[in-house]
Design a protein around this ligand. Structure first.
Ligand code: GAR
Length: 201
């Protein structure tokens, strides 16, 4: 069984897709060991609690400086003992200590086709605003491993989504979520869990 933890910051629709996938059996051999948010008001925490998953908030606001927050965050992650860490709309840059300690065991969903519209400053709605401003006709989402850089790790999966004439950033964001993110993130976890089982036996 692959034990995952999911890190979130906001609405948690990707978390919900993972919870649903595990419940329906489309994500196999996987257990969600906990959800961590950096934001106490994140609806994602509510989704976790409703599903009976331990949910924690580690907020920078509760610590004197970044170092203390980073240490507390890493300590919480370590205490949950994950095989895989899933960043699902987690808008915090991970401490380097963590990317090193969990090399090849952290994945992220990004709402564009990397290497377009990614890196520092490209998150959430800003990604879709930039795509519309540039006038691209196709966008999408990417699941990738997390390394020390921002959105630079090895790509696991991508799915393209059409941009339509009258799209607003909100409409495009929703289409990218529905057609790409909620599909490829659960699939990637299922695939990693399948490989994990092979390694495990
Ligand atoms: C998602 O679109 C995710 O791809 C994006 O934030 C949103 C979170 O939504 N992540 C990033 O932009 C990371 N750079 P959710 O909380 O409903 O899953």
């Amino acid at each position: 069984m692959l034990k995952i933890i999911v890190c979130v910051s906001g609405g948690g629709t990707n978390l919900q897709a993972i919870i649903d996938g595990v419940e329906r059996g489309t994500i196999r051999n996987t257990q969600i060991g906990g959800v961590i948010s950096n934001n106490a008001g994140a609806y994602a925490l509510e989704r976790a609690r409703k599903a009976g998953i331990p949910a924690y908030c580690i907020s920078p606001k509760d610590y004197g400086n970044r170092q203390e927050f980073n240490d507390a965050f890493l300590k919480k992650v370590n205490s949950l003992g994950p095989d895989l860490i899933v960043l699902a709309g987690f808008l915090v840059i991970l401490p380097e200590k963590m990317t090193q300690a969990y090399k090849d065991r952290i994945i992220n969903i990004h709402p564009s086709l990397i290497p377009s519209f990614c890196g520092t400053g490209f998150y959430g709605l800003k990604v879709h605003e930039a795509a519309l401003e540039r006038g691209v006709k196709v966008t999408g989402a990417t699941v990738h491993y997390v390394d020390e850089g921002t959105d630079t790790g090895r790509i696991i999966a991508q799915k393209a989504v059409e941009v339509l004439e009258d799209d607003t950033p909100e409409i495009l964001q929703r289409r990218v979520m529905e057609q790409a993110e909620w599909v490829i993130l659960p699939e990637a976890i299922d695939r990693i869990a399948a490989e994990y089982r092979v390694l495990d036996t």
